[in-house]
Ligand binder design. Structure first.
Ligand SMILES: [Zn+2]
Ligand SMILES: [Zn+2]
Length: 444
């Protein structure tokens, strides 16, 4: 039986074409109509559709599309297939083309994000009306984890959990905002997530590369989420990722980490490797935002002009808190970078000036310079210049001497239990590297 469905509109999903047809033709028995179109009585899903070879046969007179073309153009199949290896991809395609009753295998269930929410952008619908088009559901708005429209940069609206085949009608009572974003920064992060998801759906090679090839564990360690090569400060990293995307968003996508062993840690260590696109997109977005902030060099040189180590000295420690990286130098100077809107590094913002600044301030004071003049010379505030001269400035947020002493205690205990320096180094490489950096005297 030929079904005369309408031509698909730009970026329209198959379920939307079915919804419009149902409304326009006044289909009274929906299930009988679906059975004629798809060859069975399908449950509603805004993501994928099944038995598409049958659909292709029923619509061949109007569309002339193969089952695979329907999967590629009218469902989220390309998004789910993007990160799959060849065998898994062809298994998924086969399941979309030919109906196989029974449950999906675990390998496919892990990557599919089952949800029954339908989303739309009010601005897109307004433009459609002005252009004389009917309202319809777009594929890019149904992508899991996409809460904003990339074209209009506004939050999407959502038709709550919907298990019946919805007609594109805006005045249903259960429509809400897909997710609330209170700040511009949260909105900017969401736009990057949405853009990356849309690019993945369209098979953009750069998006594919970003989501697959990078060793995020190494990036995390390089960006201050480890004190040595062998470890990862997973707790701090996970809490920063949660802050980056917002708890409400992660809960809405079902990806709020639960406990110490969660999907973020699992994916970073490579224990979890299902090609699940949303998880890959979230980690890629977080780490590329982090990298953008520290693009030039993860270990910058200490910018303290008065330190005895002179120019070109790498900072000795760095820590990332709430997505801001703080750098600490053994000379007592600590600082962070101001970032521009794109996240690039700009001016140095000192957080602690340290003893070298104080020594310079006292020197100038002994020469008879006023506090105001010292402040201008050192580019600090007058109250800070006064504290430096009086020696009441706190020198380090993290005391490197105390840190070194703590490391030394742990190291000496380890050497005792392992019976020697070489054995201790093999037993805890991270500690050995930190000792080499902060207390090299203990290795002599
Ligand atoms: Zn829009
Ligand atoms: Zn320094």
């Amino acid at each position: 039986m030929t079904v005369y469905l309408d031509e698909p509109l730009h970026d329209e999903a198959l379920f939307s074409i079915i919804g419009r047809y149902r409304r326009d033709i006044f289909v009274s028995d929906l299930m009988a109509f679906l059975a004629a179109l798809t060859g069975y009585r399908p449950h509603f899903s805004p993501l994928l559709a099944y038995n598409l070879q049958y659909v292709a046969d029923q619509t061949s007179r109007v569309w002339d599309k193969s089952g695979e073309q329907i999967a590629q153009e009218l469902t989220l199949f390309p998004y789910y297939a993007a990160l799959c290896h060849d065998a898994l991809r062809s298994d998924l395609l086969d399941r979309c083309l030919y109906r196989r009753p029974g449950r999906m295998p675990g390998s496919l269930c892990k990557l599919l994000h089952q949800r029954l929410h339908v989303r739309y952008c009010p601005s897109c619908w307004r433009e459609d009306t002005l252009a004389g088009l009917p309202r319809y559901w777009r594929r890019t708005h149904q992508l899991p984890g996409v809460m904003v429209c990339v074209d209009h940069q506004v939050p999407l609206r959502e038709l709550g959990r919907h298990d019946r085949w919805p007609v594109p009608a805006p005045d249903a009572p259960s429509i809400t905002l897909a997710c609330h974003f209170s700040t511009d920064a949260e909105m900017a992060v969401q736009l990057r997530v949405a853009q990356l998801s849309v690019d993945l759906l369209h098979g953009d090679p750069a998006a594919l590369h970003l989501c697959t090839l990078v060793d995020w564990l190494a990036v995390a360690r390089d960006h201050g989420y480890a004190r040595g090569r062998g470890d990862l400060e997973a707790k701090r990293l996970v809490s920063d990722i949660v802050v980056h995307f917002g708890e409400a968003y992660l809960r809405a996508t079902g990806l709020l980490p639960d406990g110490a062993q969660n999907w973020m840690v699992g994916r970073l260590y490579g224990h979890q490797c299902a090609p699940a696109p949303l998880q890959a997109i979230l980690l890629s977005t977080f780490f590329s935002d982090l990298q953008r902030r520290t693009v030039a060099c993860p270990w910058p040189n200490c910018p303290n002009p008065y330190a005895s180590h002179g120019p070109g000295h790498r900072v000795d420690a760095q820590e990332c808190h709430r997505s801001i990286t703080y750098y600490y130098c053994a000379c007592g100077f600590s600082f962070r970078f101001a970032t521009n809107a794109e996240g690039g590094r700009e001016a140095v913002i000192p957080t602690v000036y340290g003893p070298a600044y104080a020594a310079r301030a006292r020197e100038l004071h002994l020469c008879g310079m006023s506090i105001a003049a010292i402040a201008r010379t050192l580019h600090v505030s007058e109250s800070c210049a006064a504290r430096l001269v009086r020696g009441t400035q706190h020198y380090a947020r993290r005391d490197l001497d105390l840190f070194g002493a703590d490391l030394a205690t742990r190291w000496l205990r380890l050497v005792r239990t392992q019976g020697g320096i070489a054995a201790a180094g093999r037993a805890d490489q991270g500690l050995w590297r930190r000792i080499r950096r902060y207390r090299p005297d203990l290795l002599a």
